[in-house]
Design a protein around this ligand. Structure first.
Ligand SMILES: Cc1cc2nc3c(=O)[nH]c(=O)nc-3n(C[C@H](O)[C@H](O)[C@H](O)COP(=O)(O)O)c2cc1C
Length: 355
């Protein structure tokens, strides 16, 4: 585990990272023009019918625009997800958006209280609190089209999107977002169902009927693009099975997990993000157990149902052994956000471990 300069700077605002980033090895002057992508030396696996060098990459979030995506592809992250976009502009939460967190022992899925500060020590876990900001489609559509073009042979650019509450039926806004993403040429699309579902104080992915309506609408609007659902950690199998029974045969895959909720506090026990943001999502090393567990359970149900959806394992990957553990648990692909942010050489480390 290395402690490189992160390619996203936690001390800067989202807007400044968007304008000035990426940083460290991902900065433009450090990017090798030819790229490192094809070094695995193995027979190339396939992801959703598309060839990839290795099925590893960066999930929705840290890759803010096409400059970030281009850098990630050049450093061998063969699956890159463009940060979740919306059908309208939405501002980011004020700073801080990222803090290091230090769980005392094991982090549970029960919204633990955790110490948060700026000590980004390894093995690293962080809280992220952005509020899913987005530029308007006239800005992100041409940029996402550039990101699609940045993929080399055996690399895939995935477009992530979500609907916004308060604009009529939520499924209509999800479907519009899906169409706008598909227009950029993204060969695979992913919809984020793991952001707070305003008004219900819950996550959309736990509301099976709403997910069904959203999936149906997206599928009828964009029938020709493989669709992944980004979900949170499900505590119990009953809810997970209900979701799979309803949409497991309609979608092409599940990308999981997003973050585990926690209450980050400073050393004086005050909310570390701000008084009105007492909770934040935790990602990184502390949530790997939950990501692995979800992948195993999904793989089990996939076999039981005779379904063929793919599973993208996300959560706490910061070493080649973690990649292998996810594949062993049943993942078809693996992604790392926190681990990759602080170690831009992670994909190359994994490729080297495969040769
Ligand atoms: C800086 C940052 C921003 C994120 N933004 C999004 C987002 O816009 N959409 C989304 O679906 N997930 C987002 N995530 C969650 C990640 O995709 C991933 O599910 C989570 O971080 C767990 O992976 P990790 O442990 O490798 O960080 C974000 C994560 C980070 C670190």
């Amino acid at each position: 585990m290395k402690n490189e300069v992160p390619f996203y700077d936690p001390d800067l605002s989202y807007e400044d990272n968007y304008k000035e980033g990426p940083f460290g090895l991902f900065a433009e002057k450090n990017i090798p023009e030819s790229g490192y992508s094809e070094i695995s030396g193995k027979k190339n696996p396939n992801f959703l019918g598309l060839e990839v060098d290795i099925p590893f990459g960066i999930p929705a979030g840290p890759l803010l625009n096409s400059r970030y995506i281009k850098a990630a592809f050049r450093f061998g992250f063969d699956l890159c997800v463009y940060k979740t976009v919306r059908t309208q502009a939405q501002a980011c939460h004020p700073l801080p958006n990222v803090l290091a967190i230090h769980p005392n022992g094991h982090l549970t899925a029960d919204c633990d209280t955790v110490l948060a500060d700026k000590n980004y020590s390894q093995p690293l876990s962080i809280t992220n609190s952005f509020g899913v900001p987005s530029f308007s489609p006239d800005i992100w559509q041409p940029d996402m089209a550039e990101a699609v073009k940045a993929a080399s042979n055996k690399q895939i650019m995935i477009g992530s999107f979500q609907g916004t509450q308060g604009k009529g039926k939520i499924e209509d806004d999800y479907a519009l977002a899906a169409r706008l993403v598909a227009e950029t040429g993204a060969p695979v699309i992913e919809t984020n169902l793991s952001c707070p579902n305003e008004g219900v104080n819950n996550l959309l992915c736990f509301d099976t009927e709403a997910v069904y309506r959203i999936v149906e609408k997206i599928k009828s609007t964009v029938p020709d693009r493989p669709l992944l659902l980004k979900t949170a950690y499900f505590k119990d199998d009953v809810h997970l099975k209900k979701l799979l029974d309803k949409v497991g045969h309609l979608v092409q895959g599940f990308s999981t997990i997003n973050t585990l909720s926690a209450r980050p506090v400073d050393k004086n026990n005050h909310p570390a993000l701000s008084e009105n943001r007492p909770e934040g999502g935790v990602c990184g090393d502390a949530i790997r157990w939950a990501g692995l567990e979800m992948v195993s359970r999904l793989a089990h149900f996939r076999q039981e149902m005779g379904a063929d959806f793919v599973i993208v394992g996300v959560g706490g990957v910061n070493h080649p052994d973690h990649y292998k553990a996810y594949i062993k648990a049943g993942a078809n692909a693996v992604m790392s956000a926190t681990g990759a942010m602080w170690n831009p050489l992670l994909a190359l480390d994994i490729k080297k471990s495969q040769v």
